[in-house]
Design a binder for this molecule. Structure first.
Ligand SMILES: [Zn+2]
Length: 115
């Protein structure tokens, strides 16, 4: 399970320096002012859910690279509480039926109304 957690954040001295820099603090406040609502796929900046963003995340993981770290267009406002933006972003609607039918022409999905 190659799931990267937020654990690495703040451990590396180089990262701590990036997060503590004045440049980052400015960038962060500009981002939160420009986008005060959570921009994760679940909220979509108020389109789906209105949640106040209180953290700024990187769209492309910077892995300590200052170029990515300080890119304004690589930033995303996020509400810290509650959700993991990676986990369910690929989730499908869950209402669909299995496609196709068997040799007898019956739908393969047991929950289909034909059954
Ligand atoms: Zn959100």
């Amino acid at each position: 399970m190659g799931h990267r957690s937020a654990r690495s954040k703040g451990k590396e001295p180089a990262l701590v320096a990036l997060y503590n820099s004045t440049r980052w603090k400015q960038l962060r406040s500009i981002q939160l002012r420009a986008h005060p609502l959570c921009q994760c796929p679940h909220c979509q900046e108020g389109t789906v859910r209105v949640r106040i963003a209180n953290v700024v995340d990187h769209t492309v993981p910077h892995r300590g690279c200052p170029d990515l770290f300080f890119r304004q267009d690589n930033l995303m406002s996020m509400a810290k509480a509650g959700h993991d933006r990676h986990k369910q972003s690929q989730e499908r609607g869950g209402k669909g039926f299995k496609g196709g039918c068997d040799d007898h022409g019956e739908p393969l999905d047991p929950t289909h109304w034909w059954k």
